[in-house]
Write a protein that binds this ligand. Structure first.
Ligand code: DTR
Ligand code: ZN
Ligand code: ZN
Ligand code: ZN
Length: 277
């Protein structure tokens, strides 16, 4: 897989920060900043040759919007899907949570187009609305899939917070073979990852796992505290949260660990290339 340029990911984060600033300071479900974020991502994907679809749904009187982007080609009865929630909480711009995951998968999707990749499996990318309301967008998407369409998804990869300032390096441990794709890659970069207990059920992969789809992903930690053993292994500060601005107004452009963002963006590309070949 190609190296994902962290500068490109950071440019996307700058643009998402600008979107928040132009729309009341957040990118939350039901607010103008969310749809503006989605339009930004959709435009880049359309220009790169993706077939994009906006799926609308109602959530307590607010309209929700999921963005689904298909890379033409590959066997659609064996699809590798990669997703991230695009909505922030209403308290701030949500740059780490989850601009980081949204930008990381966007740059991987653009790398696929740049390489004009022709994998044997079909590639689909998705940006979810209303995750912060309880995985509402991804649940809506899964509910609308027919049983055969669910069976056609080989793997769903989820990325929700991949740039935490006091970064941990966690891999979802749901499926051993998918987990190994990540742990072996991080190992090759000198990083010993951990399975995070925080992960279970706590993001959009749960919607897919509950429907019987194999899931995976990576994560740099939220409001929990880094241990001394982890600080010894990864660097960082023991006794401090992985992201002290989690769900706060300070989750802005300054709330990103560039090295972690690059590492996990590269891990996304590696996993997509590996699992779709
Ligand atoms: N629920 C996510 C943050 C979060 C907490 N634990 C995990 C585990 C894996 C991914 C994300 C998370 C949110 O606030 O969006
Ligand atoms: Zn990189
Ligand atoms: Zn959140
Ligand atoms: Zn999140």
């Amino acid at each position: 897989a190609p190296d994902i340029s962290v500068a490109a990911v950071q440019q996307d984060l700058k643009d998402l920060q600008s979107v928040a600033e132009a729309n009341g300071g957040n990118r939350a479900h039901g607010r103008p900043g969310y749809k503006a974020s989605l339009d930004y991502i959709k435009e880049k994907l359309d220009a790169a040759g993706y077939k994009t679809t906006i799926q609308e749904f109602d959530n307590n009187g607010s309209t929700g919007y999921n963005l689904v982007a298909d890379w033409p080609g590959g066997a659609t009865d064996s699809t590798v899907m990669t997703g991230a929630h695009l909505d922030s909480v209403s308290s701030g711009p949500g740059i780490n949570d989850n601009g980081s995951g949204s930008a990381g998968i966007l740059e991987t999707a653009l790398a696929v187009a740049k390489a004009d990749l022709k994998p044997s499996k079909h590639l689909r990318f998705a940006w979810w609305d209303a995750e912060e309301e309880g995985l509402v967008g991804s649940r809506h998407y899964v509910e609308r899939l027919g049983q055969d369409e669910i069976g056609a998804i080989d793997t769903y990869l989820n990325f929700d917070m991949i740039g935490s300032p006091n970064a941990g390096h966690f891999v979802y441990e749901d499926d051993p073979s998918v987990e190994a794709v990540f742990t072996e890659w991080f190992q090759s970069k000198g990083i010993e990852t951990e399975a995070s207990e925080e992960v279970n059920g706590r993001s959009d992969h749960a919607s897919f796992k509950d429907a019987g789809v194999t899931v995976g992903g990576s994560f740099t930690g939220a409001g929990e505290t880094m241990t001394q053993a982890q600080a010894d292994k990864w660097g960082g500060t023991a006794g401090e949260p992985y992201d002290a601005c989690y769900h706060s107004a300070c989750d802005d452009l300054t709330n990103i660990n560039e090295e972690a963002l690059d590492l996990h963006s590269d891990a996304i590309a590696h996993a997509v290339w590996e699992l779709s070949s």
